[in-house]
Design a protein around this ligand. Structure first.
Ligand code: ACO
Length: 402
């Protein structure tokens, strides 16, 4: 590699750091993670306090503006978000263009990107007021789009947002209500959804957030950037993990099968991973996983599913893995997605929509990070270098000599 570099006379120095293992791609004042301590702070506030004392929209306000809202600021913000929950009627035609069995993430990549074609009045990224209204639109419309993707997939009519409900209650109604009946809100389930959203709201420079920043660094509009983030989130090593973790639990089936499954995970040739375990930054525990496990208890109790076999299996699997040297020596602990699939399932959310819920939650993190980047006067286009390992310079042979 070095010879080829000399050959080409590549000048200057740069680091070769696949996977950005030790490269900070930006500075940010939004989210702090201490992987060794298992600590997660949004704007300095511990996730454990936010998850208990705040709702999702207060968390959004905090991430976007840097401070928690007072009562009046919270009411104004909530009203503003609420006023933007509707999507343009034309959006229905976008949905109708998809196959009914399309994966909701592909529908979201398409429809969120399409929002740019409806909001020409907020595409000037150099205007802070336009950036703000784009952020509000995205936070407000994501639940509507996710619920529409679901309703379309099951052939039911779309349910329009109802603005007297909280953010999470409105989403539950758009998902599980129908236009002909009153929807009965269950506060425990709504609170559980709100907690899922808070826990997934931001996580500093993860793959999808870095994707949003990189896309945004070229000056692309915010709707296109968030669509790029959704595409990245879809992968099983990232947001797709909650879906993969639940499928894994179903595949294991019963506790007797755990040892065989763990043996498969340890066999590097099997390609099998313990989904919902491990994290690039948390090497002690993921504080979100603990809160999610608590929420799991609350939801299953509320629904009378205390003996839910998948939950029992998950706890057993966690216990066995945490006593196993393979996982201990590699510092592999359950991450937030290990339990979030069980909670979402109990809420009635289909497995294929789990990552869509994650996208709905992470939209605030993406847009707050995008906004922070654009507002930075030193912002530059993201343009990583590479170590070239291909052929040295050569001449093109004529076709009869190839
Ligand atoms: N199951 C089994 N072994 C694992 C797992 C796992 N889930 N995760 C990591 N390992 C092993 C690796 O094989 C490697 O072993 P080795 O040292 O013998 O080669 C070692 O642990 C270190 O793992 P890396 O792959 O280097 O860790 P990295 O930081 O690159 O990966 C990741 C982190 C992608 C999250 C990984 O742990 C993983 O794939 N986990 C499963 C998917 C998952 O749950 N993703 C959700 C992440 S959280 C989120 O997005 C909200």
């Amino acid at each position: 590699v070095l010879d080829i570099r000399k050959l080409y006379g590549q000048s200057g120095k740069f680091t070769y750091d696949p996977g950005f293992m030790s490269t900070a791609s930006c500075q940010s004042a939004i989210t702090y993670i201490d992987g060794d301590k298992g600590e997660l702070l949004y704007r300095g506030y511990p996730i454990e306090q936010l998850a208990v004392q705040c709702d999702f929209l207060e968390t959004c306000y905090l991430l976007l503006n840097g401070e928690l809202p007072n009562k009046q600021q919270k009411d104004t913000f909530t009203n503003t978000v609420t006023r933007h929950t509707m999507v343009h009627e034309q959006m229905q035609f976008f949905f109708r263009g998809f196959r009914r069995d399309a994966h909701p993430m592909s529908v979201l990549v398409g429809t969120v990107g399409a929002l740019a074609s409806f909001y020409h009045d907020s595409l000037d990224i150099n205007d802070p007021a336009q950036r703000e209204i784009s952020a509000i639109r995205l936070i407000a419309k994501m639940p509507t789009l996710v619920a529409m993707a679901y309703k379309y997939s099951i052939g039911q009519p779309f349910v329009y947002p109802r603005n007297d409900l909280s953010y999470s209650a409105n989403f539950m109604r758009m998902m599980f209500g129908n236009p002909c009946e009153e929807y009965k809100v269950n506060d425990v389930l709504v609170r559980a959804l709100d907690r899922i959203l808070i826990l997934h709201a931001d996580h500093e420079q993860n793959a999808s957030t870095s994707t949003v920043r990189l896309a945004g660094s070229s000056g692309a509009n915010p709707f296109a950037c968030i669509a790029a983030g959704i595409a990245c989130l879809w992968g099983p090593a990232h947001g797709g993990a909650n879906e993969a973790a639940l499928n894994m639990l179903k595949e294991i089936g019963t506790p007797e099968n755990i040892p065989d499954f763990i043996a498969k995970v340890k066999d590097k040739n099997s390609g099998v991973k313990l989904m919902g375990f491990g994290h690039r930054v948390y090497k002690n525990f993921d504080p979100r996983a603990k809160l999610m496990r608590e929420t799991c208890y609350e939801v299953l109790n509320e629904l009378g599913l205390q003996n839910d076999p998948l939950f029992a299996l998950a706890m057993q699997l966690e216990k066995i893995a945490l006593e196993d040297d393979y996982f201990v020596s590699r510092k592999l602990y359950p991450n937030v997605d290990f339990y979030s699939g069980i909670v979402q399932s109990a809420l009635g959310i289909p497995v294929s929509l789990f990552t869509g819920i994650f996208a709905m939650a992470r939209t605030i993190g993406w847009i707050a990070q995008w906004n922070e980047m654009i507002a930075d006067p030193e912002q530059k286009i993201g343009r990583p270098r590479q170590l070239y390992i291909g052929a040295p310079r050569r001449d093109v042979p004529s076709i009869d000599k190839r």
